[in-house]
Design a protein around this ligand. Structure first.
Ligand code: FAD
Length: 336
């Protein structure tokens, strides 16, 4: 690619964060390109039926949300290329940023880059998990889906902070009954959270079963609901079938950042550290947005907000490319 084909802004990842960044950058009349590795943009939210917690939308289906976001980007001239997996990031001596795409078969050049490749929920891989996830009965996010289980029985799986905290959240806000299982004899979560879990178990219908694993999620004959789950005590090998309406799997997330390891410092879990007020990474011209950012809230609204902030900061960067300061140095960027 010749330098005449330099984009002002290239965004890696066409999920909500990337599309929001794309909207703002394109509307600022920057030549903007979103590179998305899948055949369709949209990211994780494509996988959800109803979104009920995006401000101003009482209910909207994930794919409808994405369609609107995509159209809005394109209305302002933003380009989206699908089937483009970015695998390399490099800042050249002339300050341009080079992206290697599809195993280095293609190279793209930009004056600035927003990294928005998201994160994937870690799966258990047990029989029935994928089938019932598609049916909307297996979830990985209590904030997203807890409200669908009012007065129902859910199984929570996991032993870390999120598992313990979100189980308390489900049991105290929504469910009639909650069961949590963890494969070890003790939870990994912070002591204060574990104490709260046990306190909640005294007050609510909350069962704690240790050390247990989920062997199978068995669907009803029509595949639309969960008939029962089969759990197993790993110490005694005793098997138990539980009638539940939903399963929440809280066994961690994997940020899609492995390819960045040689270019940027990542935290120990693979998230990209950034200034939280500007989304700036340590590499001048390179911003990060959404679920792959260290300390991200992992929500649709916050992913979009990250994208917006990053795109607004691009303007500041272009005004003075040599100043790559911290948030305290930044001028106010507000306005529309
Ligand atoms: C089933 C489900 C239901 C959810 N429900 C809700 C909800 O109700 N409310 C809510 O607020 N949040 C919900 N969430 C969370 C929400 O979807 C995420 O917080 C949000 O999608 C994060 O946006 P993102 O753009 O950062 O990342 P993602 O949505 O993960 O998008 C990242 C995109 O980048 C692409 N990509 C990755 N690596 C590369 C690469 N190397 N090159 C090019 N492209 C790449 C991916 O293919 C993907 O399209 C839900 C998540 C799931 C999975």
């Amino acid at each position: 690619m010749s330098d005449s084909e330099v984009f002002d802004v290239i965004i890696v990842g066409g999920g909500p964060a990337g599309l929001a960044a794309g909207l703002y950058a394109a509307r600022d009349r920057y030549r903007t390109l979103i590179l998305e590795k899948n055949g369709l943009p949209g990211g994780q939210i494509m996988l959800t039926g109803d979104i009920e917690n995006y401000p101003a939308w009482e209910k909207i289906a994930g794919p409808d949300f994405v369609e609107r976001q995509k159209r809005q980007v394109q209305t302002f001239g933003g380009e989206i290329e699908v089937g483009k997996s970015v695998g390399k990031l490099n800042r050249r001596d002339d300050g341009l940023i080079e992206l290697g795409v599809n195993n280095g078969k293609e190279t793209y050049l930009a004056r600035s880059v927003v990294l928005a490749p998201g994160s994937d929920y870690r799966k258990l891989g047990c029989p029935g998990e994928e089938e019932l996830r598609q049916a909307g009965k297996v979830s990985y996010c209590a904030t997203c889906d807890g409200a669908f289980y009012r007065d129902k029985h859910v199984l929570a799986v996991g032993g870390g902070n999120t598992a313990v905290e979100d189980t308390v959240y489900l049991a105290t806000r929504f469910t009639k009954k909650t069961t949590i299982i963890h494969r070890r004899e003790e939870f990994r979560a912070q002591k204060v959270l574990v104490e709260e879990l046990y306190r909640t178990a005294e007050e609510k219908d909350l069962d704690i079963k240790l050390p247990c694993v989920l062997d199978e999620i068995v669907p009803t004959d029509d595949g639309a609901r969960i008939d029962h789950v089969r759990i197993r005590n790993v110490k005694t090998d005793q098997v138990e079938d539980l009638k539940v309406d939903g399963v929440f799997i809280f066994v961690g997330m994997i940020p899609n950042t492995g390819w960045l390891k040689e270019s940027l410092p990542l935290d120990r879990n693979g998230y990209v550290p950034a200034d939280p007020l500007t989304m700036k990474t340590v590499m001048p011209g390179v911003f990060v947005a959404g679920d792959c950012r260290k300390s991200a809230a992992m929500q649709l609204a916050t992913a979009c907000a990250d994208g917006v902030v990053a795109a607004m900061q691009i303007k500041e960067h272009f005004r003075d490319p040599d100043a790559w300061g911290h948030s305290t140095d930044q001028p106010q960027t507000g306005g529309w």
